[in-house]
Design a protein around this ligand. Structure first.
Ligand SMILES: *Cc1c(COP(=O)(O)O)cnc(C)c1O
Length: 396
């Protein structure tokens, strides 16, 4: 017995099989919590270095397996997993740009990405012009000889304005630049930007793709050439991400298609219902006929029910009533994130856009009555009924 145990542990520590168990055949992908893989001879050391798995920051099977899933979903050649969406963005930009390079970026982007281009990158001699991509001429006019990158999100936060990806790809490629698209609000279930000409796609997996509001990670998908160039920079920046998050997300990925389709169709139905409510003056969702870019939405997405789980709507500017409205909601609750299975809302004027002057905000359609909503997987009739009963406070 003792001898058998000794044999088994010895085999285990040699990284081989335990008697009676085949570690290559588990039904669920195991979590590799190990920081390193062992090698028993210099021949094995050389082999490990030439192949892949040596140290956790370099390569980890959980990150790699998740990356393969993202590559499939985004229809790219190769992907990398990062510690966060921001880790993915900064590491990629530090790889593909150098001092003297110029970026043309959509002005309506995620606050931290805005800060990367306006505060962080100038320190390294990389300049950026942030312009409004709603009028594509603004993008064309901002291009310079040094422009190496055009950057946009599919949907602007919180108005859901859409970036015309095929046109942006055209502009980028005619000027020898790359197009990088943030697909976080839309996800590859709704749109695969690479199919419309994007060169690099970033996803914050923290949001819809994980969907359970319990882990943080990001991904970059691109050509093998670009990904292979980012990989060593990711090692230097220390942004590869923890295997636990990758393992947790792999489980969530199994239900991504189910969740997203429900969230997107719930959002379209709720948007249509809120548009009928007399206390709501405006609803922003690409599925609505009233949405200024509805035609473009129909070109880029396959149906009204597969555009986005995000939406926004405007109620009267009465803060006392707004508080009462929020307290009356049974399903939607305030949370500074998005994409989870439960419906969440935020108030941009007191959070993401609080630093902006009121006039500038209003020019962007962001008024004190605007709420941004991330729609969950609840029964859509329950959601509609709940919003309608809570909105009645504005008539009391
Ligand atoms: C959240 C978010 C990010 C950043 O992702 P993290 O995982 O929080 O670092 C980037 N872009 C968009 C559109 C986001 O919503």
């Amino acid at each position: 017995m003792e001898k058998e145990y000794a044999e088994a542990t010895e085999l285990l520590y040699k990284g081989r099989k335990v008697k009676g168990m085949d570690f290559n055949k588990p039904e669920a992908f195991p979590l590799f919590t190990t920081t390193a893989f062992t090698m028993n001879s210099l021949t094995e050391v050389k082999k490990a270095y030439a192949e892949k798995y040596t140290y956790i920051r370099t390569c980890n099977p959980n990150r790699d397996a998740l990356a393969d899933m993202v590559t499939f979903l985004e229809a790219g050649e190769k992907s990398l997993i990062f510690s966060s969406g921001m880790g993915a963005i900064t590491t990629t930009i530090m790889t593909i740009l150098k001092p003297g390079d110029h970026v043309v970026c959509n002005r309506n982007i995620y606050g931290e990405t805005f800060d990367v281009f306006t505060k962080l990158m100038p320190k390294f001699g990389i300049s950026a012009d942030l312009v409004d991509f709603d009028d594509i001429e603004n993008c064309k006019k901002a291009i310079k000889a040094e422009t190496k990158l055009i950057y946009s999100e599919v949907f602007a936060n919180p108005t859901l304005n859409i970036a015309d990806i095929p046109t942006l790809a055209d502009i980028a490629h005619k000027n020898g630049a790359l197009l990088m698209i943030d697909n976080t609000f839309s996800t590859p279930i709704a749109i695969k930007p690479i199919k419309f000409g994007a060169d690099i796609v970033i996803n914050s997996l923290t949001k819809f793709m994980n969907g359970h509001s319990d882990a943080i990670a990001g991904s970059i998908t691109s050509t093998t050439e670009i990904i292979d160039a980012i990989h060593p920079v990711r090692m230097l920046c220390g942004t590869p991400g923890d295997p636990h998050a990758a393992h947790a997300m792999m489980k969530s990925f199994a239900t991504m298609d189910l969740r997203l389709k429900k969230q997107m169709s719930n959002a379209a139905k709720l948007a249509a219902a809120l548009e009928e409510n007399k206390y709501v003056s405006k609803v922003n969702h690409p599925s609505l006929k009233s949405f200024s870019q509805h035609e473009l939405a129909l070109k880029l997405f396959t149906s009204n029910d597969t555009m986005s789980g995000m939406m926004s709507f405007i109620v009267p500017e009465d803060f006392e009533k707004i508080d009462k409205f929020m307290l009356r909601l049974n399903f939607a609750h305030y949370a500074m994130t998005l994409g989870g299975v439960r419906t969440t809302l935020v108030h941009p004027v007191t959070s993401s856009h609080s630093h902006m002057p009121d006039e500038a905000r209003r020019a962007m359609g962001i008024t004190p009555g605007l709420f941004r909503l991330s729609v969950g997987i609840e029964d859509v009739d329950d959601l509609i009924e709940d919003f309608n009963q809570a909105l009645k406070v504005f008539g009391e």
